[in-house]
Structure formats: C-alpha cells, structure tokens
Ligand binder design. Structure first.
Ligand SMILES: *[C@@H]1O[C@H](CO)[C@@H](O)[C@H](O)[C@H]1NC(C)=O
Ligand SMILES: *[C@@H]1O[C@H](CO)[C@@H](O)[C@H](O)[C@H]1NC(C)=O
Ligand SMILES: *[C@@H]1O[C@H](CO)[C@@H](O)[C@H](O)[C@H]1NC(C)=O
Ligand SMILES: *[C@@H]1O[C@H](CO)[C@@H](O)[C@H](O)[C@H]1NC(C)=O
Ligand SMILES: CC(=O)N[C@H]1CO[C@H](CO)[C@@H](O)[C@@H]1O
Length: 850
C-alpha cells in the first residue's frame, strides 16, 4: 500500500515536469565527415533541454560504418564516452572489414536539422527505417527513437516473450528486462533480452535490425492517432548501437545476425537425445527407479537431470548426505555412463552466505561476490536461504568458479557430469523489493559477516571516458518506468544501484548477468574436459548467448496454451536470435499434466531441438512411462527423432558454421507466400520436415497449411500435393503427429533407432529422395565423432543430388566410418522405388535408379 502511494505521487510529479516528449528539441548534425564506407558527425542538442525523464545530453557523436555489403552500423553515443557500453569482453563487436557505400546493399541517409536518419535499399530505394517523424531524445536515463514503418509490418523477434511469433503491430509493448517469470506471462518481459527484429516484406525481401544495448527498455509497436505505423525504442540508458542487416532472404538475415553476435555453439550429438528431469524427486533411489522404469518401458532415456534436490540445504557444490549421498550418486552416474547415458546437474548463482560453507569462504577470499555500497557483501534470498551472488566482472571470479566446478565434478572423487544447468540467473532474488531484509527472509541464516573492504569503489574520475556509465543517476527508480512485470527494476532481483568490480552498475549490466554466468560455466567445463563440447543449459539469455549455451523456455504451465506457445518461442530463438538449441519443459512445468496433452507434447517436443521432460515439485510426476498412451507416443516420437538425428545434427552443423536456422518458420522456405507469414503452429524441423501438430485443446483433428508444393507424408511416404490452402486431418491418434517431407529434398535417415544416441550412431542409413515438382532433389549429411571441440579435418560434409535418374554423393570425406548407406528410396509413385546396396560414406559415389 505504501509503495503504491509513493509511485502515484511520482507519476503525477513527472507529468507536471514536462508536458510532452514532443517538446524535446532534437539534435542538429554538424562537422559531417564522409570517407569511403564511413561517416562521422557531431550531434548537438538543438534547443532548450526538455529533461523529460532525466537530463538531455548536449553533445553526441554519430558513427556510420558500411561494415560489409549487407551490414551497416549506425552508432549514436555521448561525446564524453561516459555512457555505458556493453563490455567487449562480454559481447565482442564484429570488426567490419569495411566496404564502399556504393557496393553496399543498403544505404544510410542523413537529415541534418533536425537530425534524423533513414536506411533504404540500394537500387529499389525501399525505405527500411526512417526516424524523421520524431526528434531523437538522448538523456542520461532515457533514450527515445522512433522509426516509421509500412502498415502492419511482419515483425519477428524482440524476445524473450511468449506472444505470437509475428508480433502484434497495434498497441503492443515489448519490455526487455530479464526477470524471474513463473507461468511465462503473455505481453511481458521474461527471462532473456534480445533487442533485434526481423522485418519481412514478402517479395521485396527481409531485413534485420539489431540494437546492441543491454539496458532495460520498452519497445512499442503501434500506430499514431492518425494511423501511421511506427516502432519506438524507450531505453533506460546505454548507447544506440544499431546494425542494419540487408537480407534479402529471411535466412540471410539469420546468418547476418549470427555474424554480429557470434555463431551458435556446436552441440554434441548426445544432447539431441531424450532427457528427463523433475524438481522434487525425493532421493537417489527414486532417480534410479526413473532410469530403470524408462528402460523397462522401452523408452530410450539419454540423460537424467538433477534439479536442486541433490544439494544439501540447497547449497550448490554440495550433496545431501541422507537423500543424495555422494557415493550413491557416483554409482548412478557411473552406471549410466557404462550404458552410454548422461547426467547433468543444476548450478545456481546464489551462494549461501555461511562461514562454514567452503564454496562461500573461497569466494570471499577470491573477492568473487557483489558488494553493497558500504563494502559489505550484498545479500538477498534464494534457494539456499540468505545468499550472495558472483560478480562476474571481478578478476578472480572465473578462477574461483572453475575451481569449484573442478573440485565438485572431479571424475575420480566427485560427480562426473556431462553438462551443467544454470538456472535463476536473471538473477532471481526471492526478496520482493527494497523493503526486504534478506536475513529475515532466509529465516534459517541470521549470521553476520564483517564487511569486506572494497578496493574498487567507483569514483567519478574513474568513469570519465571509460564507457562505464554516467555518474549521478537515479539507479533505483528512474523516472521512466519500463513495464517490468515484477514491478520496479530491482524487485525480485539484485539492486540496480550495485556497483560491479569494474565500476559499471547493475542498472546497466543486469541483462547480461545470465550471459556472463554461462560464459564462466562453459569456460570451466572446458577446463574439465578440454576436448568435449561443453553443454550448458541456461534460463536467462542475452544477445549472443547462443554462442555459449542451450535454453529452455522456463517455468511454463501444463496447459494447451503453453504447449502452443513453445512453437513461437522456438521459432523466435532459433530463427531470429541465433539460439538453435532450445525447447520447452515437455508436458509443462507447473500444474498437473493431463495424459492426452502429455502424449501430444511428447510428439511435439521430439521435433524441437532440445527435448526434455521436466516438472515442478508441486506437480505430479509426469515421466512418460506413467501412462500407456504417453509411453506409446514417446516411443514413436523418439524412434523418429533418433532415426532423424543425423539430419538435425547436420542442421546444427550449418547453424554453428553459417547461422542458418536449425528450425524454420514456413516463410523462411516460402518467403513469397503471404499465407505463411503469420503461421506459428507449424514449422520446419530442419529445412525439410514440415511439422503440423494437433494444437487445439483435447482435439483429435488438425487444420494446417500446405504451401503450393509437392510434399510426402513422413510416416507413409505417400505424395501429398499442397495447393496453398488449409488441409484438415481428422482422427489423429494421440500417438500421431502429421509430418511432411518437402519435395526437392533428400533426407538421410538411420535404418533403426537405439536405446542411446551412441547406439543410434552404429546403424546404417537409408536415403529418402523426395523429388520436387521438377523431379529433382538435394540434401546433405555432416558426420564427425559427435563430441570433439576441434574435429580438425576429421569430418565429412556430403552433398546428395538427384537428377531424376542418378543420385550423386560428393563433398568432403574426412570422417572415416563403417556405417554405410544400405538403401535409397525414391518417392513419388504409390510405392517408393527402393534400391538396396552398400555405399560407403568414406568416398563419393553415384547410384543410378531406373
Ligand atoms: C523519411 O520520412 C520523412 C517524413 O515522412 C520523409 O520526408 C523522408 O523522405 C523519408 N526518408 C526517406 C529516405 O524516404
Ligand atoms: C499506442 O498508441 C495509442 C494512441 O496513441 C496509445 O493510447 C497507446 O498507449 C499506445 N500503446 C503503446 C503500447 O505504445
Ligand atoms: C517404477 O516402477 C515400479 C513398478 O511399476 C514402481 O513401483 C515404482 O514406483 C516406479 N518408480 C518410479 C521412480 O517411477
Ligand atoms: C541502493 O539503494 C538502496 C535503497 O535506497 C540503499 O539502501 C542502498 O544503500 C543503495 N546501494 C548502493 C550500492 O548505493
Ligand atoms: C497462456 C498460458 O497458458 N499461460 C498460463 C500460464 O500459467 C498461468 C497459471 O496457470 C495461467 O494463468 C496463464 O494463462
């Protein structure tokens, strides 16, 4: 009640301060210097400061770089170089080799007075971005920039959200502020921030707009009272560092975005196996039972996950001596490894604030924790009770974290995990707000620790010209309020006025905490197993997190709504945010999973990259084997997924090396078909398999879109002619999911599945040739050992081409294997034409089928 009163007073006070942002004077460009591929200018405040939410900056700089033929950078920053810029160590910016403007696919145009800019396509002159309708506002704690857009544009991205894949264009607000977000609310900020979007304009192409800014922001997509469409940034700080990506195909935009934030981390083969987790498994014996029951049910289980249950009093790097004794855990992990299975464990960032806790003491010694203004440790509340959090900017934090990981996960004496799971890293703080006393909140821990003197107190001189943030800001409750669903900026997270070791403040760096944590975890896992690709799953993400980690969509609900939402969430991350290894908690996290829904979700999840069943402690168990129909659905789903494993692994290879999405929205494949632009209940798994699940609550039929093209039913291999219209399939059993092979493709399929992905790898291949309308088809297959960080030349990248009579395989054959292609199936007739044989995958070959 108290807080409510305060904020209404504040709101009316700021209303009284300035009438309208239309009063802001904007900037004038001068001293314009243009050279090949580059432009710089000074921007000077063009009138009386409006100081609408904070203080107008009087002197700005503009930098325009034609970095590549398809990438243009526009950066607007303070002349004094004090305003926070994301540390290069956290997100390295691409170094554009530079091209002549005349060679670039998009052009920058400057309007000097008032300053505005626009971006348009070379040649056609189509305007992609134009800021001239409003004045730029660049204040110490508020930036406003608006671009006009064509009516109802097709915009995608601006994650993380649980809204439709194609964003609403009217009265729509995307807030970016990483937050604990149970039940993944709609129209809200969630766990991650990705300030980039893709704008698809049908036949005139796609382009991308990426803003590298980590501050909290609201992005409004809306129309003016007179109906003019716009997209508007309202940002709490930082600089404007825009990258305009020319496309022109949607896939080109994905690739160009990955070139900025980094190509996704290549995942190990096993990470595509089926994984099971549950918060609330009571003890290690129960976990053994889960593994045994999966085996008894003949459902292949690749990986078991340990949530916080294994810890003693929820302290990371400890085991519960009663329920999860170390020796028993070692035994289970050892047995799983012998069977080719994997084990992954949770690592939260909240470190119990307890003298007697060795991880904490070593962290104190290393000065690895975030400190409050008086130099004492900054405390909050998390699973472990009263906790402190790592300051990932402090110089010894990485070594401390690596050392903890090496000790606890020592294969000889500790737990020999195969991957790590970073949760609660937004960061989540169970303290509601500034009125919280963490030691009270964590009733089990009231101990005080003497304040630690701090070496790096932030001073004004320090921050001059070092891009660490302007001094004298209202870091707690800035006048512009973003629509954070948790309330104030610091609610349920770290105080935003905390200073990091390097002198930057949480106000500016909040959104990169999760990215920094997974960077540190990945680094530590590489120290453990230098030649195995590290596997880290993270809840919180930022632009570039795909280079480090996989992501699941957080604490959803066991509802049909959240089942449907997984599709747009997957498409946004995989196709727009360069994070391919994503998926949801299959069957839902919170609430009780219903049998039919869980069966359908087992099938849905099998055609998404990351495939893990997980539930909350308050939810009933939902392991697949608990229901007969779900068991059958899961067997069928996993059988298909595993036979397709090398196909999706090949897509992963492409994502990691070129940025091509691992899964595709329909318009990525059919960019000129306007019917596809809004589809987010179907997708292409890879670029070949069209997945069209049942999506209505408890339904047994599905109506889906089939583009005007030839398709083949994945299950029966029968041709299905698409006409660019909706198709309805009825009586879809709960063990079925409609999947179609797109004509014009060649699908490498293992002849059989296996209990583990290691066993799948021993099976031969069959090639499914699905001719397109022109009778031709092509495809590819990447093979390597599935796990090495550096495979050197020991990989194969084989392309297949079918011309109607002959299938040719050629490419690179560096990975030596005994596995062969044992049959080729040519689709098209009532029955596929099958040719059997033995074709080695170690060299080029040709097969003629008459
Ligand atoms: C940007 O918009 C303004 C105002 O509508 C218009 O005058 C200007 O020509 C536009 N810029 C371009 C490049 O079309
Ligand atoms: C959209 O514009 C309308 C009309 O100006 C305004 O009332 C509404 O608040 C705006 N919504 C957003 C999200 O900006
Ligand atoms: C495994 O199956 C047995 C036999 O049905 C059952 O008694 C046991 O509770 C199950 N354990 C788990 C962990 O599901
Ligand atoms: C942050 O603000 C809170 C609430 O006003 C205050 O108690 C705390 O001392 C401040 N911390 C820093 C680091 O300035
Ligand atoms: C769309 C959706 O299913 N969201 C739900 C997530 O869970 C909460 C809690 O049950 C619901 O209120 C939301 O509607």
């Amino acid at each position: 009640m108290m807080r409510f009163l305060q904020s209404s007073v504040l709101a009316s006070a700021s209303l009284a301060l300035a009438a309208s942002i239309d009063d802001c004077p904007g900037y004038t460009a001068s001293n314009i210097v243009q050279s090949d591929g580059k432009l710089t200018a000074d921007l000077t405040l063009a009138g009386t400061a409006c100081n609408i939410y904070s203080t107008d900056l009087t002197d700005l700089k503009l930098l325009v770089e034609y970095q590549t033929e398809s990438r243009l950078r526009v950066k607007i920053y303070d002349a004094g170089l004090q305003v926070y810029q994301i540390q290069e160590s956290v997100l390295p910016r691409p170094s554009g080799e530079g091209v002549l403007a005349s060679d670039a696919a998009i052009q920058f145009q400057l309007a000097e007075d008032p300053f505005s800019f626009s971006i348009s396509r070379t040649g056609s002159g189509e305007v992609l971005f134009n800021t001239s309708n409003t004045n730029l506002i660049f204040e110490s704690q508020y930036i406003n920039l608006r671009t006009s857009l064509p009516q109802d544009p097709n915009l995608y991205g601006l994650g993380e959200h649980s809204d439709s894949f194609r964003l609403s264009t009217n009265n729509y607000k995307r807030t970016l502020w990483n937050a604990e977000s149970p039940f993944i609310p709609r129209n809200s900020n969630l766990y991650g921030s990705h300030p980039n979007y893709l704008d698809h304009r049908g036949e005139s192409g796609s382009h991308g707009v990426a803003l590298l800014n980590a501050n909290g922001m609201d992005i409004n997509i809306n129309k003016t009272d007179s109906g003019d469409q716009y997209l508007e940034y309202n940002i709490l700080g930082g600089v404007l560092d825009f990258y305009f990506l020319a496309g022109p195909s949607p896939t080109d935009v994905s690739k160009q975005y990955a070139e900025i934030v980094g190509f996704p981390a290549m995942m190990s083969y096993w990470t595509f196996g089926f994984q099971q987790c549950k918060y609330g498994w009571p003890d290690i014996e129960f976990e053994e039972g889960v593994v045994a029951n999966y085996s008894a049910a003949n459902i292949p289980l690749e990986t078991l996950w340990a949530d916080i249950d294994y810890m003693e009093s929820r302290k990371v790097f400890t085991t519960d001596p009663e329920k999860y004794p170390l020796d028993k855990m070692r035994e289970l992990i050892g047995e799983m490894h012998q069977r080719g299975q994997k084990y992954v464990m949770m690592l939260d960032p909240g470190i119990a604030y307890k003298d007697s806790y060795a991880t904490y003491s070593r962290g104190v010694e290393a000065e690895a924790f975030i400190k409050a203004d008086d130099g004492s440790l900054y405390r909050g509340t998390q699973w472990a009770g009263e906790v402190v959090w790592p300051d990932w900017f402090a110089p010894k934090t990485q070594d401390w974290w690596t050392d903890e990981i090496l000790r606890f996960f020592d294969p000889e004496t500790g737990l020999d995990i195969d991957g790590a799971w970073n949760d609660m890293n937004e960061v989540s703080n169970f303290c509601d707000d500034v009125n919280c006393d963490p030691s009270q909140a964590a009733v089990n821990d009231k101990r005080q620790v003497a304040p630690i003197s701090r070496k790096t107190l932030r001073s004004q001189q320090d921050s001059e010209g070092d891009m660490k943030g302007l001094p004298d800001r209202e870091l707690f409750t800035p006048a512009y309020r973003i629509k954070n669903h948790q309330g104030d900026l610091s609610d349920k997270t770290l105080y935003t006025n905390n200073t990091n070791f390097d002198g930057t403040v949480q106000y500016d760096t909040h959104n990169i905490h999760g990215l920094m944590m997974v960077t540190a975890t990945r680094h530590a896992l590489l120290e453990r197993r230098p030649n195995s690709r590290p596997f880290v799953l993270t809840r919180s993400t930022f632009a570039g997190s795909g280079t480090k980690a996989a992501h699941w969509f957080g604490d959803n609900y066991s509802s049909w709504d959240d089942y449907r939402a997984t599709i747009s969430q997957m498409l946004s991350f995989a196709a727009v945010h360069a994070m391919p290894m994503v998926g949801s908690d299959v069957c839902g996290f919170n609430g009780e999973a219903q049998e039919q829904m869980c069966a359908r979700w087992a099938l849905l999840g099998a055609f998404q990259p990351f495939y893990r069943n997980h539930a909350d402690i308050s939810a009933p168990n939902q392991e697949f084997y608990l229901w007969k129909s779900v068991t059958e659905a899961a067997r069928k789903a996993i059988d298909a997924r595993y036979r397709l494993l090398d196909y999706i692994y090949t897509a992963m290879y492409r994502a990691a090396s070129t940025g091509v999405p691992i899964v595709n929205p329909l318009f990525f494949i059919y960019p000129n078909d306007a019917e596809t632009f809004g589809i987010d209940l179907q997708w292409f798994y890879g670029d070949t398999l069209l997945v069209s699940p049942v999506t209505d609550d408890d339904a047994t039929s599905v109506t889906f879109y089939l583009p005007d093209d030839i398709f083949y039913d994945f299950w029966t291999l029968q041709p299905v002619q698409g006409t660019g219209a909706a198709v309805t399939v009825v009586d879809v059993a709960v063990t079925d999911i409609p999947v179609h092979i797109r004509g014009g493709t060649i699908l490498p399929l293992r002849t059989a599945s296996g209990d583990t992905t290691a066993l799948v790898r021993q099976n031969d291949f069959t090639l499914i040739v699905a001719p397109g309308t022109d009778g031709k088809a092509s495809g590819s297959l990447c093979l390597d050992d599935g796990d090495s960080v550096d495979v050197g030349s020991e990989y194969s990248d084989i392309s297949f081409a079918w011309d109607g009579q002959t299938l040719k395989a050629e490419g690179t054959f560096g990975y030596s294997t005994d596995v062969v292609i044992e049959s080729v199936k040519i689709l098209g007739g009532d029955e596929p034409v099958t040719k059997k044989g033995t074709w080695s995958l170690n060299e080029a070959f040709e097969i003629t089928v008459s």
